[in-house]
Design a protein around this ligand. Structure first.
Ligand code: NDP
Ligand code: 2IT
Length: 450
């Protein structure tokens, strides 16, 4: 089945998008044992339909910078599958964005959203706009121009975007303001809004906290251990990484390293999160190079000073590694370094941060490996809570959101590990996640007809 579907993709433009093919290939490998288990999958062409997006929207964004220079960027929204509910997924603003990357992210989102058990479909969008070095006003002007094009395709019951790399509550606020001005409607068309006008408690923290809830549950149930006193490393220093570090520290773990796109910091005594937040959460993000100015024991390693074939942070000795920056940031060389240094578990906070050969090596070496679509679902879970709150004109308390988030992250772990035992090898959570997610989406696609 896998070869047949990939062959079809090969004959379409989609094959040029290597990250999309990588994501599809991983999922189809997991689903191979199911291919002949239900005749309806063939009758309804489920696999073919599942790898084809419902809609790929592309638009031109024109905006004017502070020096009155005109700029043009590409904007996208990939509405991949809405069998389980309205299209749902983030927006990424990063210079590397193209339709292939967004297609892989939207495809992964279908499965992640299915695992949550909530009524949400899969989508992703964004732009090749580079927010680095832009003023608040330039960010605002870009966001308004982006929404002038996007507004016609989205709606609270149609498609509900949120944040991702380069898009946090500031950008969502500007996007929402423009949507409201154009349409004169005040409904939950975006999630991750600032709390003052419809945002949910804990949405900024949700992905990172969820990652740690998943990790904690996995450690407890697989090897009867807790996070207390574990030495951890966390790649990235953005939204997901920061709140992963925060919750790890609350659970008594010691986080000794984190990174950004230019380098990484290491301190064997443990990092101070307050300084990282000051550096990275201000509106003009600075480099982690600033960190040792306040903490003399810390060492900064610049990316340029490290060999190209591996990533410095994965050479730091640790018990548990959290990959929270971006796709394909942990390759086979990094996996070997982690294993040689005694790492026992790897958790994906970013989307598809681990290359397929690195995942294979972890499984062969009995390293506990938590795949993104299970471990980082906390963000979209609290996004769905925000949709519920907006629809009911309610505001939930922090404790209520946190309790529900923990419950769903635990449910995901148990479903994924049970499915792995039933269909694959115990502890192959990648197969467990893909299969459990697929079954729910496939059933909906069949029942809704072609
Ligand atoms: P942010 O923009 O807040 O942070 C991204 C971090 O990753 C920054 O530290 C950035 O470095 C680093 N980074 C980005 N691109 C690269 C690159 N090409 N090479 C090396 N480092 C890079 O994004 P998020 O924290 O929101 O997202 C991180 C990951 O988590 C992404 O894969 C995203 O898809 C995923 N995710 C996000 C969710 C959310 O709710 N935000 C939910 C689930 C998953 P620098 O500071 O130098 O730019
Ligand atoms: O990858 C992701 O799950 C996100 N960027 C969050 C999506 C959302 O709709 O909250």
């Amino acid at each position: 089945m896998k070869e047949r579907i990939l062959e079809k993709l090969k004959n379409s433009n989609d094959f040029e998008d290597s990250t999309f093919v990588q994501a599809v290939s991983e999922v189809l490998t997991s689903l191979e044992p199911l291919a002949n288990s239900d005749k309806r999958f063939e009758t309804y062409a489920i696999f073919e339909r599942l790898v084809t997006p419902d809609r790929e929207i592309r638009f031109k964004i024109q905006w004017v910078d502070d020096k009155n220079q005109v700029h043009i960027n590409n904007g996208y929204r990939i509405q991949f599958n809405n069998s389980l509910g309205p299209y749902k997924g983030g927006l990424r603003f990063h210079k590397t964005v193209n339709s292939g990357i967004l297609k892989f992210l939207a495809f992964e989102q279908i499965f992640k959203n299915s695992l949550t058990g909530l009524p949400i479909g899969g989508a992703k969008g964004g732009s090749d706009f580079d927010p680095k070095g832009k003023s608040d006003f330039e960010i605002m002007k870009f966001c308004r121009a982006f929404m002038r094009e996007l507004y016609q395709y989205i709606g609270a019951r149609i498609d509900v975007p949120a944040g991702d790399i380069g898009v946090g509550s500031r950008e969502i606020g500007f996007l929402y303001g423009e949507y409201k001005r154009i349409t004169r409607t005040y409904d939950g068309v975006l999630t991750g809004k600032p709390f003052t006008f419809g945002g949910s408690q804990l949405r900024p923290e949700a992905t990172g906290y969820g990652v740690v809830y998943f990790a904690s549950c996995m450690l407890q149930n697989e090897i009867a251990q807790t996070l207390k006193d574990k030495v951890c490393i966390v790649s990235g220093s953005g939204n997901v990484a920061i709140y992963t570090i925060e919750k790890l520290q609350q659970f008594g773990a010691k986080v000794v390293a984190c990174s950004d796109s230019d380098g990484m910091i290491f301190d064997s005594n443990g990092l101070e999160l307050k300084t990282i937040k000051n550096i990275k959460l201000s509106s003009r993000k600075l480099s982690l190079e600033e960190y040792p100015k306040e903490h003399r024991h810390a060492q900064y390693t610049q990316k340029a000073d490290y060999p190209e074939f591996s990533n410095a942070i994965w050479n730091v000795k640790c018990d548990i590694a959290f990959a929270c920056a971006t796709q394909n940031e942990l390759n086979i060389n990094d996996a070997k370094n982690l294993i040689n240094n005694g790492c026992k578990a790897v958790i994906e906070g970013a989307n598809m941060p681990t290359t397929p050969d690195a995942i294979e090596l972890f499984l062969q070496n009995d390293i506990l490996f938590a795949p993104a679509k299970a471990a980082n679902a906390g963000g979209v879970i609290v996004s769905e809570f925000e949709m519920s709150q907006n629809a009911a004109m309610e505001t939930w308390k922090i404790s209520q959101v946190d309790e529900k988030l923990q419950k769903i992250m635990q449910d995901i772990y148990f479903r994924v590990s049970k499915t792995a035992r039933e269909y694959s090898k115990p502890r192959n959570f990648t197969d467990g996640a893909n299969i459990a997610a697929f079954k729910r989406v496939a059933e909906a696609m069949i029942l809704e007809g072609v």
